[in-house]
Design a protein around this ligand. Structure first.
Ligand SMILES: N[C@@H](CCC(=O)N[C@@H](CS)C(=O)NCC(=O)O)C(=O)O
Length: 296
């Protein structure tokens, strides 16, 4: 019976674009009308074979955004540790990695079954949401989707500056980020948070309305890392609505395991952590992730 169900559901679940191929089998029609069975099949697929590989390290903000999405949607994956910027064997600038993501950055997603690879966190997140029909986080209604896309574009030269100005100078000392760049990034981030506070989060609980979307996940991994319980490098007191949003986002499934790396690393406001501490935090985070994935 199990074999029959798997075979019948195969085309729906394993089709190249991970999408439904309707009408191929009579029993497929029965499966399509039973959401519980579809859900059970998806879980079974994940149990038998993790179809997705995510390259990166838990400390990377955009990697965390993708991990959070996958955990939230209970989609199994393997995290392959990949050092950002390194030309070494496991580095994001090694030729074998560049063949998967020519941009040389993490995260990078790979679909085992098809060999499809994709870089850029927001492209990965929107691709996954489209491919799997995650309407709750990325509605297909054009205007709702456009609002989320607008945030995802805005993010890069605004909220992303949190890492450039406040975190990377301590964590990626090799980048030698000039003081002037750090100050400019701080100013840009503060202006963006003012917009969040006064124009978005004072009107609605989440960035794009009444429910969590991809925009919130993408934004939180940047802003959330600055909180007192993590790196403690930013004063949120001028932004009460942002503070409320940060607290609400902590309730979203998957938050805690994705942020183990920051809890482990702790406060970096007084002294930059040693390389061993960063490595240790990434390893602890990987262990926590593996445990969580084994429970999906
Ligand atoms: N826009 C990219 C940014 C990715 C990114 O900056 N990744 C960093 C790690 S957090 C990286 O791989 N840096 C290595 C390098 O640039 O060589 C995304 O959102 O995925």
């Amino acid at each position: 019976m199990l074999a029959l169900v798997i075979t019948a559901g195969y085309h729906r679940l394993f089709s190249p674009r991970g999408r439904e191929v309707p009408g191929q089998h009579e029993s497929d029609l029965a499966i399509q009308s039973d959401p519980d069975l579809i859900d059970a099949l998806k879980r079974l697929r994940g149990f038998l074979m993790h179809p997705l590989i995510l390259y990166g390290v838990p400390f990377s903000q955009p990697v965390r955004a993708v991990m959070w999405l996958l955990l939230l949607k209970k989609m199994p994956f393997d995290l392959v540790l990949t050092n950002p910027g390194s030309k070494g064997d496991n580095g994001s600038r090694h030729p074998s990695f560049l063949a998967k993501n020519p941009m040389g950055t993490i995260p990078c997603l790979e679909a085992r079954e098809t060999g499809f690879t994709l870089g850029e966190a927001h492209a990965i997140m929107t691709y996954l949401a489209r491919a799997h029909g995650w309407e709750d986080l990325y509605p297909s209604e054009p205007q709702s989707r456009a609002r989320i896309d607008a945030y995802l574009h805005y993010h890069h030269r605004n909220i992303r500056e949190a890492s450039v100005g406040l975190v990377a100078p301590s964590i990626r000392k090799d980048l030698n980020i000039p003081e002037a760049v750090q100050q400019a990034a701080h100013k840009t981030l503060s202006a963006a948070l003012k917009v969040f506070d006064q124009s978005l989060l004072s009107q609605q609980p989440y960035l794009c309305g009444g429910a969590v979307t991809l925009a919130d996940l993408a934004a939180y991994v940047e802003i959330g890392q600055l909180q007192p319980q993590y790196t403690n490098v930013f004063d949120f007191s001028p932004y009460p609505f942002v503070q409320r949003w940060l607290t609400t986002m902590q309730q979203v499934d998957g938050h805690d395991v994705v942020h183990v790396v920051l809890a482990e690393l702790g406060d970096i406001s007084q002294a930059a952590p040693e390389m061993d501490q960063i490595r240790g935090a990434n390893i602890k985070a990987l262990q926590a992730l593996k445990l969580k994935l084994s429970q999906l």
